[in-house]
Design a protein around this ligand. Sequence first.
Ligand code: PLP
Length: 403
Amino acid sequence: MNRADFPILSEKVYNRELVYLDNAATTQKPQVVLDAMMYGYTHFNANIHRGVHYLSQVATAHHEEARERVARFIGARSGKEIIFTKGTTDSINMLAYSFGEAEVREGDEIIVSYLEHHSNIVPWQMLCERKKAILKVIPLKEDLTIDVEAFRALLSDRTRLVSIAQVSNVLGTLNPIEAIIRIAHERHVPVCIDGAQSAPHMKIDVQELDCDFFVCSAHKMYAPTGLGVLYGKEQWLQSLPPAEGGGEMIEHVRFEHTTYNTLPYKFEAGTPDFIGTYALAAALDYLDGIGMDKIREHERELTRYCEEQLAGIPEVVVYAAGQDKYGAVSFNVRSERVIHPFDVGTLLDHQGIAVRTGHHCAEPLIDYLGVPGTVRVSFGLYNEKEDVDRFVEALKKAIGMLE
Ligand code: PLP
């Protein structure tokens, strides 16, 4: 779908046509996004918010329009609820610091799940160390799905927040976040959704989900790197303290006392990536132009097709096999032992197939699977069944060489 919009996809690697199947790590950029970056630097590059001059006003207007664009894309009530960050990791760290300062005391509890990315574990762990709080972990069922009943039992009067991925970056599976949010809210516990692997693949509506916080990364959504979003319900963001100090987040600074800016600026210290936000808005226009539902169905179909093809290779073990997947499929090759995923990945690479191997920043899940890592293929909107065919053919060749 729309492959011709992405210049990098015509690059050759090792003199072969590139098959890019590492989209969960980062996506390639369409020409409209590259053009937007060039346009920004060519036509309105000036620091935002602080200038009375023309270029600064144009840059500010674009940046604030981009904020409204993001709000519409994820269904937020307004741009006040959209904080621009450096990425999902930065968003979660900011939230962990800010929420932790205001809401977490010794003995309180934070809940994450077993299949989280390190970005949704370590910031909470650091908070718990700082505050002498306790990190609790939702276990998985045998089929690697989230154990919702176990989650219900983990909630207590000391639970302050639940943070969980919508889509697993390793398994590609969709977590039952509607149930998690409903059950948490019955106990008045707020929920943060890590949308790094869902926002690129499906329509997000934070109001319908009723999550309290939602985080995602622009670079996984066909937009520039170094940029992300922290969505928070306005009443939460109003009540939380800033995570970082500096320019723009202030109202007045005196050595005796500083007062803070209104939302969303209170959380945005320093010069933001205003060219990046302009290009992000172009990426979101591009995605909506295709249609997120169409993208979701296209990628679901690709993962289904990929699993069907992998099922025909006896040495391949797919994790969470048979479950609906949103963009990613993880597997290993076993003959007498698990062949190290790095070896499989390297042999695929030499045939022009880019996949990711290793622990995918989810070591607890990989330990749980009892393997050194997995090979992960992950799809973007531009992948087609022919990419799967070339990957499967290359994989069969690699297995032949490894056995
Ligand atoms: N959360 C999930 C589920 C992810 O897949 C990733 C990246 O792969 C992250 C968080 C971290 O995103 P970033 O590195 O863009 O901050």
